[in-house]
Design a protein around this ligand. Structure first.
Ligand SMILES: Cc1cc2nc3c(=O)[nH]c(=O)nc-3n(C[C@H](O)[C@H](O)[C@H](O)COP(=O)(O)O)c2cc1C
Length: 378
């Protein structure tokens, strides 16, 4: 029988489904709810030492609808990291681990370019009992103005240094979360893995402008008549996320064997998750999907992924992790293979024609007709 249980960086996940950092991991109450519903892991909303610097605005979401306005396919947010007190979070981390010791609780952390601050946040969170860290180098709005988030994630040298600071004090697994707002995602990925991170998560949101209201002529989401570019997520980003996950997985296979990958971006079904795993993900995160469908969706995710595995005869996630990476090649190679296949087909057709012709010489026409009738029947 197939199993979804998996061990990643020594962490025992009941299933590969992890809540991605954001509103679904906003406090202990909702995180406890997620574990009760059966999520393998939860990454809490990103935190920093001084929450007083975080000031959110409203409205801070805008949706792209399809299907006559019935289905959300894209979601923009200009939400910042958590504005809740750091000390409150430490108490809640302890509370969550007491209530759900086997649930994998991951702290998402972010700080300014300051070694002491990064070391302090790591040490205090791990003392509170979290199982692992995700370093948020990827928030595309608001925080870059303080040289945080994507501003760090877009600079591999800074990223590498910060990851080294974290690894100098961390005693638990560390994943670095990548921003998709770069030309080559392999560069920041390699920097974080060179610095000793156990794995990476990809992707965070894609910098975006949702649209312009044609009545008011103001871009959305409109706050006091103005907006700022935000982060795009949900179903519409899945093809971009899969491409980046594929590139990271190829890099890991080539240069960092054994390091791990947590894939996310638009996952809503078990079939979506299977695709992320086929392209090399060890775990699969869901953020906006939970905002659309609720915590209970994990049951369907598990059922659908298990059904896929059983249909294909895969017993464990490792049986198919990264399987589809072998089918990527260059465009030049596609042209070469297609030209070769067409040439082989043309040659086969030619020789079939010659063969057919050779079957008729008129010497014993009745025998030859009979032989062809037997060939067709057999
Ligand atoms: C409203 C909202 C808030 C988010 N806040 C955070 C955050 O605090 N930290 C973080 O690392 N990612 C944050 N994200 C990004 C998600 O974790 C995820 O990387 C991204 O949305 C793509 O996955 P999805 O399509 O499953 O949402 C947020 C996303 C949304 C929609």
């Amino acid at each position: 029988m197939s199993t979804l249980a998996t061990t990643v960086d020594g962490l025992k996940f009941a299933n590969p489904f992890v809540i991605g950092s954001g509103p679904p991991g906003t406090n202990a109450k909702v995180i406890n709810r997620a574990f009760k519903e059966g999520w393998g892991g939860v990454i809490a909303k990103t935190i920093s030492l001084d929450a007083s610097k975080v000031v959110n605005v409203g409205p801070r979401y805008a949706k792209l609808m399809a299907g006559d306005g019935k289905e959300v396919i894209g979601w923009e947010n200009i939400e910042l990291i958590s504005d809740r007190k750091f000390e409150t979070w430490l108490d809640e981390f302890k509370e969550i681990k007491d209530a759900h010791p086997s649930g994998i609780l991951i702290a998402s952390i972010m700080e300014e370019f300051n070694k002491d601050a990064w070391c302090e946040i790591v040490e205090r969170c791990q003392n509170a009992g979290v199982d692992a860290f995700e370093l948020n180098f990827s928030c595309p709005h608001g925080l870059p103005e303080r040289k945080m988030g994507a501003a760090m994630g877009q600079d591999p040298a800074i990223l590498e240094e910060v990851c080294q600071w974290v690894r100098s004090v961390s005693k638990i697994p560390v994943w670095a979360k990548m921003t998709p707002n770069v030309t080559h995602i392999e560069e920041p990925t390699a920097a974080s893995l060179r610095a000793g991170c156990h794995g990476v998560s990809a992707i965070n949101t894609i910098r975006s402008v949702m649209g312009v209201n044609l009545e008011t002529l103001r871009p959305e989401p409109t706050v006091e008549g103005y907006t700022t570019p935000g982060g795009y997520s949900s179903k519409a980003v899945k093809p971009i996320a899969l491409r980046m996950v594929m590139e990271i997985a190829q890099l890991i296979r080539r240069d960092f064997p054994g390091r791990t990958l947590s894939g996310l971006g638009g996952v809503e079904t078990g079939a979506d998750a299977a695709q992320f795993i086929l392209l090399g993900s060890d775990t699969v995160q869901v953020c906006t999907g939970v905002m659309k469908f609720g915590y209970g969706m994990v049951k369907q995710l598990c059922d659908e992924l298990l059904a896929f595995m059983e249909a294909k005869g895969f017993e464990t996630l490792d049986d198919f992790k990264g399987h589809s990476l072998q089918y990527f090649t260059t465009h030049a190679e596609l042209v070469r293979m297609q030209t070769a296949r067409k040439a082989a087909e043309a040659a086969a057709k030619e020789s079939a024609m010659v063969r057919n012709d050779a079957e008729w010489d008129g010497d014993d026409f009745v025998k030859q007709s009979d032989a062809l009738a037997r060939k067709a029947a057999g």
